[in-house]
Design a protein. Structure first.
Length: 357
């Protein structure tokens, strides 16, 4: 209700915002604004809509794919929700994690936690951490949430749509869910519909047909989410991946601070869990001591024996003691072989092309 009210209030300003975004795009296309190229292939993972589309699981999957095939990827992110103002922040050098979620944001810290061996760097001006990553030995750059960041050139521009949400209300911000006009999708290399399942597959298929009709020549791939297990916080910032559902989850308390809390609620339900109570906080919520006290009290009142949350929230909850175990649900994206083949082919061609210059 609050979201729709804000969109209704912002709708008169959508045409102006759309004009500004089109003008910005044209400045990059006419080279009035500089786009920096790099001597290694760059893969951007982004979206047209506001909020979550599964970028983090996609970046994790791509990083694993590249490592498995002998590449040395590094992730470059803006670092939303972090307190730092430094131009370059090395969250992980690939060997050890160096910075906290409070400092650099929940998503970069989560990426560092779940991708040992892969450097993760942040910075508002992303060409700066990208340059540092190359200096550190990266031979592929993964640009997290990079579709609108045209200041960094890319070899592959992947745009994600969440199958449960698609294009939202199809209106431009601040009157709707779109970060840019739909015409911006011509910049993309391909589309991926994430989180496709039996409940939304027909609607996702219709949307895929629409994308192919509107943007001929661009391939639409579909991906599904798989619960890979539960991550338990062991204290002192250490985590253990559990392969099977722990028995304590029978009496759980649900908690999340993400862009689309309804998607986490659905994940919890698909896991067969029925939380005794559920607390929803804002996206990239900066947890404070008052929040921890509030959570403890709500858990106690609900009579819950554990807390179930997202992995992104879990890395920020790690510094608090709730007197009950805290579990994060780990999601992995499953993608068709033709998508992973295309990614590897693009990276190899990009390396060959850049090596010859």
């Amino acid at each position: 209700m609050k979201r729709e009210l804000l969109f209704n209030l912002g709708r008169p300003f959508s045409p102006l915002y759309g004009t500004i975004m089109r003008f910005r795009e044209s400045c990059y296309q006419r080279r009035l604004f500089k786009t920096t190229s790099f001597p290694v292939p760059v893969i951007s993972v982004g979206n047209l809509t506001l909020g979550g589309t599964g970028k983090t699981p996609m970046v994790q999957r791509l990083a694993r794919l590249l490592v498995e095939n002998g590449f040395r990827p590094a992730v470059v992110s803006r670092g939303y929700g972090g307190a730092t103002k430094e131009p370059v922040n090395v969250v992980s050098d690939g060997e050890q994690i160096l910075l906290s979620a409070d400092f650099v944001g929940d998503e970069p810290r989560l990426l560092a936690e779940t991708m040992p061996g892969v450097p993760v760097l942040t910075g508002v001006v992303r060409k700066l951490p990208a340059r540092r990553a190359v200096e550190m030995g990266a031979d592929v750059l993964l640009l997290d949430d990079g579709f609108q960041h045209m200041a960094v050139g890319r070899d592959l521009d992947i745009v994600l749509f969440a199958a449960d949400f698609l294009a939202g209300n199809s209106r431009i911000f601040p009157g709707g869910d779109l970060r840019e006009p739909v015409s911006a999708l011509w910049r993309s290399s391909c589309f991926v519909l994430t989180g496709v399942n039996p409940d939304n597959s027909e609607r996702a298929a219709r949307f895929a047909d629409l994308l192919q009709e509107r943007f001929p020549g661009k391939t639409v791939y579909t991906g599904s989410n798989r619960v890979a297990g539960y991550v338990r916080h062991e204290g002192a910032g250490t985590f253990t991946l559990l392969g099977e559902e722990p028995p304590e989850l029978d009496s759980c308390f649900g908690l999340c601070g993400i862009a689309r809390p309804e998607s986490f609620r659905m994940t919890v339900r698909h896991c067969g869990l029925l939380p005794l109570d559920f607390l929803v906080l804002s996206d990239h919520h900066a947890y404070k001591k008052e929040d921890f006290r509030r959570i403890r009290e709500q858990v106690r009142r609900a009579g819950a024996r554990c807390i179930v949350t997202t992995e992104k929230d879990m890395v920020k909850l790690a510094r608090a003691d709730f007197d009950v175990p805290v579990y994060g649900i780990r999601l992995e994206v499953e993608l068709p072989g033709r998508f992973t083949d295309m990614v590897l082919e693009t990276v190899r061609e990009g390396n060959d092309k850049k090596a010859s210059h």
